[in-house]
Design a protein around this ligand. Structure first.
Ligand code: PMP
Length: 441
């Protein structure tokens, strides 16, 4: 008996006791191949001594000094390292403790930017349906996952939601990918004009949709069009790369592949690689300058902002990604895993789509490939597959059910970038077994 409060109260989970590269070992000695990096977190695997040593050195020097009084070398170095590689005008880094905090900071920063510039009517955030931006009230308000939102409806902030860019389901037969991308991007303009541009603070989107759709990138041209529309109406573009950032897609920042430069960018997960809880909100020089020359205070903060041990972990992780060329490895191993998945599941009657970028890949399960009919959500296929995979010693991230009124079952794969070719076979074999177990049950 323990007094721990598990999220799923009925679940009896094994204890994780050690890590070995891409594997987690439980208290019975069972080994699990971590094919989802938890939830796209563990980009360096579970036993990287360079990261644990870097954290230990920081803890021995100074474990914590409140940012109301001090900065730290680790935090400053991490910010400089991120900005050295960040796209566009991103110039400043606000260090927080996770993804939801990064999104909360982004939303409040967008709001305060407009206030500082004398546009107090700009308060509304536009987001997309079938999205996930975190579980705190602001981030949950932005997210388009009705199941997560519903119980908290009265507490949520009113935000607008437009269509996601989800070509597999929504691109019409009579339109090209580019035409489709333009059509859905133009929903942003329609919403801005309907509400009045002077009321809109920002648009937020994930470059590659993770937790709700299973590694869905936008079609070419979508984000370029979104960027154009945001600029035309003075709306800030916030990209949420909490899941898809930090090399996961084969680019350090996922938006590089779309050639789009955000005003604000959120990262977390891979930034600490699971070694410490850390997230960051990056913003442009113009946004920072509006605050610096305005009130001089970002009216937001947490006790653990810029935590030195977390920053030391982040600095060591980003250094490892850059120095060991692990982003290219994510791209190369991602191409190999993608090929292996297509080889095994390309003709599978219940795998409708295989998609993603780098080591951020998704499979969409369908009852029928031609009609793309989904499985009955009551069947909880994704949960059954997750359980079957775990029994087989494979950690993957199935999700689905009913999200924003639409059904679907997806499996997200996001293994550590140190994944070896020999492990791809094990991953695909175990996944195939788990899918068959799930379909048979
Ligand atoms: N944004 C995105 C895109 C995410 O995938 C997540 C987590 N799955 C979050 C925000 C929230 O991050 P956290 O769980 O660290 O609060």
């Amino acid at each position: 008996m323990t007094h721990i409060f598990p999220r799923h109260t009925a679940m009896r989970l094994p204890r994780a006791v050690s890590g070995d590269g891409c594997y987690i070992i439980d208290d019975s000695g069972k080994r699990y191949l971590d094919a989802s990096g938890g939830a796209a977190v563990s980009c360096l695997g579970h036993s990287d001594k360079t990261i644990t040593e870097a954290i230990k050195r920081q803890l021995d020097a100074i474990p914590f000094a409140h940012t109301g009084f001090f900065t730290s070398e680790a935090a400053e170095d991490l910010a400089d390292l991120l900005i050295a590689h960040a796209p566009g005008d991103l110039d400043r880094v606000y260090l927080v403790s996770g993804g939801s905090e990064a999104v909360e900071a982004a939303i409040k920063l967008a709001r305060q930017y407009h206030l500082e510039r004398g546009e107090p009517s700009r308060a509304r955030i536009i987001a997309r349906r079938q999205s996930y931006h975190g579980n705190t009230i602001g981030a949950l308000s932005a997210g388009g996952n009705m199941w997560r939102r519903e119980p908290f409806g009265p507490l949520l902030v009113d935000m607008s939601h437009i269509a996601p860019c989800y070509a597999y389901r929504d691109q019409r037969d009579d339109e090209s990918a580019e035409e489709y991308g333009r059509r859905v991007a133009d929903e942003l303009e329609t919403e801005i004009l309907a509400r009045g541009p002077e009321t809109i603070a920002a648009f937020i989107a994930e470059p590659v949709v993770g937790a709700t759709l299973g590694a869905v990138p936008a079609v070419p041209g979508y984000f370029a069009r979104v960027r154009e529309i945001c600029a035309r109406y003075g709306v800030l573009l916030i990209l949420d790369e909490v899941m898809c950032g930090m090399g996961r897609t084969g680019h350090l920042f996922a938006c590089e592949a779309d050639g789009v430069e955000p005003d604000i960018l959120c990262i977390a997960k891979g930034l600490g690689a699971g070694y410490q809880p850390i997230g960051a909100t990056l913003c442009s020089a113009a946004i920072y300058s509006a605050i610096e020359t305005g009130s001089g205070l970002f009216q937001h903060g947490h006790t653990y902002l810029g935590h030195p041990a977390a920053a030391a972990a982040g600095r060591a992780v980003v250094s490892a990604l850059v120095e060991r060329d692990l982003v290219a490895r994510s791209r190369d191993m991602g191409a190999k895993l993608d090929a292996a998945l297509r080889d095994r599941f390309g003709q599978h009657p219940h795998v409708g789509d295989i998609r993603g970028r780098g080591l951020f890949l998704g499979l969409e399960l369908v009852a029928d490939r031609d009609s793309k009919a989904t499985f009955d959500p009551a069947r909880k296929l994704n949960a059954t597959i997750k359980k079957a995979a775990f029994a087989r010693g494979l950690i993957c991230y199935p999700m689905g059910g009913t999200i924003d009124g639409r059904h679907g079952d997806h499996i997200l794969l996001a293994p550590p970038f140190i994944l070896e070719e020999a492990q791809i076979g094990e991953l695909v074999d175990k996944l195939a077994g788990a899918i068959e177990d799930g379909l048979a049950s």
